[in-house]
Ligand binder design. Structure first.
Ligand SMILES: *Cc1c(COP(=O)(O)O)cnc(C)c1O
Length: 429
């Protein structure tokens, strides 16, 4: 029967229509944005000391709502989380040529923002179950130049912050979180991203909640928060006035300010975060019930103490056991109409920028600050777990791209079951 035959082999697909897209925007966002528009002032920031150096009321309200929700002393808005990372890293005041350890399964911005401060990204491997940075490998990568660890909370759950904190205390390092993909995820009762020295979230269109573009830095340190605020808004002009006490002089600021419309939307979006997270989790639980019992397939592992907010639904497939190519499986699933499949993940350590260390063609800062031997070591760095997962075992679904209501999850689940039922036929292709 055509219906039972795999779509890739000429049968009819389980899903024959475009699934509904995920969106966190509704009429309440239109209302708050309209109010700002009607006020006629879309940004109140002034890049000089005075009342508006920290932005207008919409910005301040939004930031106070975020710091309250995340239970951090400070929340500082900015125009993207890439900017937020640049601000957070800059606030640490690390000496050029210092090394910072991070995992390779993250967005490139987690590493490029280090280079912008002339810091050297040193990639550590990941845990093969959670895909978060592996604290044991972090220890292996520490040397006398190491000054910080940046821990992405990848796919929707927190990295092992307690273990990383222990390491940071022992070696006197800063701990930075990149929680772009995990807003609202919990770990041992606290929210992901809030127990590092500094961390933050993305508000770009692809994330759980968004304001178009935007980012929020969170920290409990008044010193770091002040520096982030200075760096965000041409702080060089106010150093020597309000912030003269800060030993962190020579601020080289930027304009990374968020607009009032985005701030109004971001504050409103925050009120929907719990519901957004809940909808991702409900869909993930339902989906797992379709996948349980499919041989050779592992559903996302949630580390003890964690909740998972499923930015990505990350799976592993045992291709040796199944005697089938990952690519073949994925093509079969795609033919059945399964959307938004990720084949492997970033492995950014293999990008030419980091491998060839060509940040600026002529002087190649920050790499030029390293010994030849260290440069060679970094160029030859390999990460066995990240690489094997990327090239062979891992695939995922971008879980925040589709609404994945009950009916749609059941279709995607049935598509997986159909492919697995027919795996023999697929092996013969
Ligand atoms: C999205 C993302 C970023 C960058 O956030 P933007 O707001 O798009 O600049 C950084 N790190 C991770 C892990 C991300 O997923």
């Amino acid at each position: 029967m055509k219906h039972n035959e795999l779509a890739i082999l000429g049968g009819s697909p389980v899903i024959d229509h475009e699934l509904v897209n995920y969106s966190s925007i509704d009429t309440s966002d239109i209302a708050v944005a309209t109010r700002v528009l009607e006020s006629g002032n879309l940004s109140r920031f002034i890049g000089a000391s005075g009342d508006y150096f920290l932005g207008g009321k919409t910005i301040l309200d939004m930031e106070s709502a975020w710091s309250k929700f995340f239970d951090t002393k400070y929340a500082v808005s900015c125009n993207s989380w890439t900017s937020g990372l640049w601000l957070a890293i800059g606030s640490l005041g690390l000496e050029p040529g210092s090394e910072v350890i991070l995992s390779s399964w993250t967005m490139a911005a987690t590493a490029t923002t280090l280079l912008h401060w002339n810091l050297v990204p040193v990639f550590a491997d990941i845990d093969s179950n959670t895909f978060n940075i592996d604290p044991q490998d972090v220890i292996q990568k520490i040397n006398s130049r190491t000054r910080a660890i940046v821990a992405p909370d990848i796919f929707g759950q927190s990295a092992d912050i307690e273990k990383l904190r222990e390491i940071c205390n022992k070696y006197d390092l800063y701990l930075v979180s990149d929680s772009a993909q995990s807003p609202g995820a919990k770990r041992n009762g606290y929210l992901a991203g809030t127990k590092s020295d500094i961390g933050g979230f993305s508000l770009n269109y692809h994330k759980h909640i968004h304001s178009g573009e935007g980012g929020v830095v969170v920290t409990d340190s008044s010193e770091l928060a002040n520096r982030v605020q200075l760096l965000r808004n041409h702080g060089e002009v106010v150093v020597g006035q309000k912030f003269a006490q800060d030993p962190f002089l020579g601020i080289m600021g930027m304009n990374m300010r968020m607009g009032e419309i985005e701030a109004a939307i971001a504050e409103n979006q925050l009120t929907k975060l719990e519901a957004a997270v809940h909808s991702r989790q409900t869909a993930a639980v339902q989906f797992a019930s379709y996948l349980s019992g499919l041989p050779g397939l592992s559903t996302p592992a949630v580390a003890p103490g964690n909740t998972h907010v499923y930015y990505v639904y990350g799976m592993k497939v045992d291709t040796e056991y199944l005697k089938i190519d990952r690519q073949m499986l994925i093509e079969a699933l795609q033919a059945e109409g399964v959307p938004a499949i990720l084949t492997g993940y970033q492995n950014i350590h293999s990008l030419p920028l980091f491998k060839k260390q060509l940040t600026y063609p002529k002087n190649a800062l920050p790499y030029s600050l390293l010994s030849k031997r260290r440069r060679q070591q970094l160029a030859n760095l390999s990460l066995p777990v990240s690489e094997k997962l990327h090239t062979r075992d891992f695939f995922g679904i971008n879980w925040c791209t589709k609404q994945f209501n009950q009916l749609d999850v059941s279709l995607v689940g049935e598509a997986f079951q159909k492919v697995w039922r027919n795996i023999d036929a697929l092996r013969r292709v």
